[in-house]
Design a binder for this molecule. Sequence first.
Ligand code: ADP
Length: 241
Amino acid sequence: DLSQTLNYATNELTKTIEMRKDIIANVSHDLKTPLTVIRSYAEMIRDISGDNRDKRLEHIDIIINESDKLTKFVNDLLDISKLEGSLENVHLAPVDLKVLTEDVLHRMNDDHGITIEAMAHPVILADKRRMEQVIYNFITNAVKYTGADKKIRIVIASHGENHIEYACIDNGEGIDAKNRDAVWDRFYRIRDNQTRPRVGTGLGLHIVKSILELHGFEYGVDSELGKGSKFYFIAEAFKLN
Ligand code: ADP
């Protein structure tokens, strides 16, 4: 009845407002941290007495590094707002997942010895630029959260009769069961493990999720703490004829 409907609407609205507050708090924090660093290093450069060139360059490098982080963060935010709920920017075309992965590795200047095991003709119908982002985020995470004896494999194999599974498999620190669903959430980072690098925004996998859902692809993560993770998506194979 009406009062139930109203109640429901009010609850949904309250949830949305709370979510918005959370987002603003998160964004502000992630913007403020590098800004604080930039400001204090700028002050330190100003106050360097004499001609201490090395110290100055060292500080400038930190400023450049923090500025790059800010740029990446703002780009991620823009991507998210573009992706959310809009199909209009998706341009579908046949995409060869092996070629795309090779492009990504090339662009990353990969020196991690990442291997690709691919079936013949691993082609799907997708937005190439967006899928590149998915693959890039999977691989950079695998690199980031995998230890010294890195082993990262990309496996592209047929799945059932008409589908292809794309998997990025690492032997890194893995993800425990209680965090496994949340890693796809906006801003979510696992903070309870001191060994995890602190760099990151928690936006990468949220972007991946939005892109894969926009395409209607199945996706997920299989992982065991301390053993490694497999991030994957499954898409329909694109067949000529
Ligand atoms: P970020 O890497 O910026 O923190 P992501 O959204 O890409 O954000 O990832 C969310 C969290 O999921 C990370 O903080 C990390 O703890 C965890 N994670 C992602 N990929 C992996 C992986 N390959 N192995 C272990 N943990 C991972």
